[in-house]
Unconditional design. Structure first.
Length: 131
C-alpha cells in the first residue's frame, strides 16, 4: 500500500505526507508487527518491520541522500531474504534486485546519462575506464 501511495505521489506530483502522519504510520506499523508476532525481536518480525520501514522511508524521500538510504535498505532486505531460502532461483532473483538497486544508485549519481549506460555499470565486473 505504501509503495502504491508513493507511486501516486511521484506520478501526480502530489505533496509528500506531513511528518506527523509519518510518525503515526511508523508507530502503527511497529504496533501492528508486535500484535501479529507478539514480539518485535526475531527473524520474522524483524524482517517484516524492516520491509515496512523501507516502504515508509519511501514516503519521506525528499533529497538525493534519502534515495541512497533506500537503495542500501534494499540491499539489506535482499540479504535478509536468505534467512528464508538459499535456493538458486532466490539467489538469481536477489542478484536481479541488487543490479536494479545499483542501477538506481548509478542513475542518481549521474542523472543525465542514458539508462542503458547505467545498466551496464552494475552488471559488469570490470572497473570503469578513466576518461
Amino acid at each position: 500500500m505504501f509503495l502504491f501511495w508513493r507511486g501516486f505521489i511521484a506520478l501526480r506530483g502530489a505533496p509528500l505526507p506531513p511528518r506527523w502522519q509519518l510518525i503515526v504510520l511508523t508507530v502503527g506499523t511497529a504496533v501492528g508487527v508486535f500484535l501479529s508476532y507478539r514480539t518485535i525481536l526475531g527473524r520474522d518480525p524483524g524482517v517484516t518491520l524492516l520491509v515496512m520501514l523501507l516502504f515508509l522511508k519511501l514516503l519521506e524521500t525528499r533529497a538525493t541522500r534519502d534515495v541512497f538510504v533506500v537503495a542500501f535498505l534494499v540491499y539489506f532486505v535482499a540479504l535478509a531474504n536468505f534467512f528464508y531460502s538459499q535456493s538458486i532461483p532466490i539467489a538469481g532473483l536477489m542478484l536481479v534486485t541488487v543490479i536494479v538497486a545499483t542501477t538506481a544508485l548509478v542513475a542518481f549519481s549521474a542523472p543525465r546519462r542514458p539508462i542503458v549506460e547505467d545498466l551496464k555499470r552494475p552488471a559488469s565486473c570490470s572497473p570503469r575506464p578513466d576518461r
